[in-house]
Design a protein around this ligand. Structure first.
Ligand code: G16
Length: 544
């Protein structure tokens, strides 16, 4: 096989963010950009040589071209075999499962998650390691360092590989196997949950649900599992065809972007259960009839009900949440007598805790939840967990939440996002807040007193790695919190995230609108950070 060694020059913007390298499609298509990053992976990740690599993506614009480039580069870099999802498709959790199931040395997932797609949208590339999870910081730092010194890349001169038919072919010495992207994942789900109970519920005639695939990767997965294996009515899955531009929408499962689902679930004769997932299938939104479940509450409910699900019948080893996620799951962990870990934002931080057997469930406020069955967050898994719960408890989503709040109190929670703000203004806002932290300690704001104010730093209990600068926290004596962070997943300007939380236990105050219940803290956060003047925005762009 002919191999070209192509001279290149480093790009100085290939540092992976919260979840891989995300840029606009036009940026990824510039000469050598994708190739440099892929070669930096192959140069630094020596376990890939002579081993199997899993490859697939969420089907967004440029997915198919990138698959071809990566296949030809893998063949030129001594990879033994690449297993590709049919059509270049693999959801993020399905890729994680395939890496683990096949004992592959790693995987490359092509996705910019919930960011918009299409020629003017975003593209992304994530490298996952042999445990199936996102590369830890030590690995992404090594890839980044290599990208800054790269001078050449290797690529086979070969025809396009047919990725639209199953079976195995060769590219030089390398095998290429094209596999059904759905079957293994659907089997895994069937091994975790009580499909008989769910089938009975869905076919009872007294229960209806809608799942919004948002024209993203979960369409075929949801149709196979919900409609074919569980017998949900045809049409249960909304927007099931994966489209390269997600139909021009943001494949982001929240009430802003899954508007049609929201209208159905909050309209007349709403179904009993509604859910949505994102571009690459790792996020989830859970809705009841006229009822929104905050992701932090969802994690807490799953933890406190896990014993009702076959896979978790023997109990949980521990739980974890990212720092900005509400403390609702902490209260459940106390009741269960299990540890609860607080990690920085980014799924990669859960990997060591899962591998070391310290936790079974974990989740984030950013609509991500999962367990030790894979090493990624898993949107459909969370939906099936809820469905299994509804089938066993025979209560509505709302009733389950109200029971939960009565038992544990309600952690009122909201996140306000200010998007595409000027990067230097965002950095100045954060720097100023950072410098104020020492003086905030002990200060009174009305009836509230600041207990601590710091910049969150995490020491991984398994490998001792330290990750600092993970978000500014203002912690009040009554447990309320305000957290400020800059997003690590945007591609234009900066996104300021403000996370606000307060615990309420009075039974007659569990039914408020979160924005109203948190109004005083929201105002305090906006004033302290001078958000309006510094971002030039009167209100957040997205409120979740
Ligand atoms: C990624 C990460 C998550 C993180 C989210 C938001 O999710 O995997 O751990 O919570 O981004 O990160 P940020 O606040 O830095 O934008 P996804 O679904 O986008 O891959």
């Amino acid at each position: 096989m002919d191999i070209s060694v192509v001279a290149t020059h480093p790009f100085n913007d290939q540092k992976p963010g919260t979840s891989g390298l995300r840029k606009q499609v036009s940026h990824f298509r510039s000469s050598h950009y994708l190739e440099n990053f892929v070669q930096s992976i192959f140069d630094t990740q020596t376990p890939l040589r002579g081993a199997e690599l899993i490859l697939g993506g969420d089907g967004r614009f440029f997915n198919r071209e990138a698959v071809q480039v990566i296949l030809r580069m893998a063949a030129a870099n001594d990879i033994r075999k690449v297993t590709v999802g049919l059509g270049g498709i693999l959801s993020t959790p399905a890729a994680s499962h395939l890496i683990r199931k096949r004992g592959a040395a790693g995987g490359i997932v092509l996705s910019a998650s919930h960011n918009p797609g299409g020629p003017n949208g975003d593209f992304g590339i994530k490298f996952n390691v042999a445990n199936g999870g996102p590369a830890p910081e030590s690995v992404t730092n090594a890839i980044h360092a290599r990208s800054l010194e790269i001078t050449e890349y290797r690529i086979a001169r070969a025809e396009h590989v047919d990725i639209d038919h199953g079976g195995t072919s060769t590219l030089g010495d390398m095998a290429v196997e094209i596999v059904d992207p759905v079957a293994d994942y659907a089997d895994l789900m069937e091994s975790l949950f009580d499909f008989d109970a769910m089938r009975t519920l869905l076919q009872s005639g007294a229960f209806t649900m809608r799942f919004d695939s948002m024209h993203a990767v979960t369409g075929p997965y949801a149709q196979e599992i919900l409609e074919h294996r569980l017998g949900a009515a045809a049409g249960t899955v909304m927007r099931p065809e994966p489209l390269a531009d997600f139909g021009g929408q943001h494949p982001d499962p929240n009430l802003t972007h899954a508007r049609e689902l929201g209208e159905v679930m909050f309209g007349r004769d709403a179904p009993d259960f509604g859910a949505a997932s994102d571009g690459d299938g790792d996020r989830n939104m859970i809705l009841g009839r006229g009822f929104f479940v905050s992701p932090s509450d969802s994690l807490a409910v799953l933890a406190s009900n896990a014993h009702l699900i076959p896979a978790y019948r023997d109990g949980l080893k521990g739980v974890a949440r990212s720092m900005p996620t509400s403390q609702a799951v902490d209260a459940v962990a106390v009741a269960l007598g299990i540890p609860c870990y607080e990690t920085p934002t980014g799924w990669k931080f859960f990997g060591n805790l899962l591998d070391d057997g310290r936790i079974t469930l974990c989740g984030e406020e950013s609509f991500g939840t999962s367990s030790d069955h894979v090493r990624e967050k898993d949107g459909l898994w969370a939906v099936l967990f809820w469905l299994n719960l509804l089938a066993v408890r025979r209560q509505s989503v709302e009733e389950i939440l109200r029971d939960h709040w009565i038992r544990f109190g309600r952690h009122y929670y909201t996140r306000h996002d200010y998007e595409e703000i000027d990067s230097s203004a965002a950095n100045a806002l954060m720097d100023r807040l950072h410098s104020m932290l020492p003086d905030l300690q002990g200060r009174d704001f009305g009836s509230m007193k600041v207990k601590a104010a710091d910049d969150f730093s995490y020491t991984d209990p398994v490998d001792g790695g330290v990750s600092s600068g993970q978000g500014l926290r203002i912690l009040f004596e009554d447990g309320a919190r305000v957290v400020f962070r800059l997003s690590g997943t945007g591609t234009q300007g900066a996104t300021l995230r403000v996370y606000i939380e307060r615990h309420e236990t009075a039974p007659d105050r569990l039914d408020q609108d979160p924005q109203a219940a948190l109004a005083a803290l929201i105002e305090l956060a906006e004033d302290l950070a001078e958000i309006r003047t510094r971002t030039q925005k009167e209100r957040p762009d997205v409120v979740t």
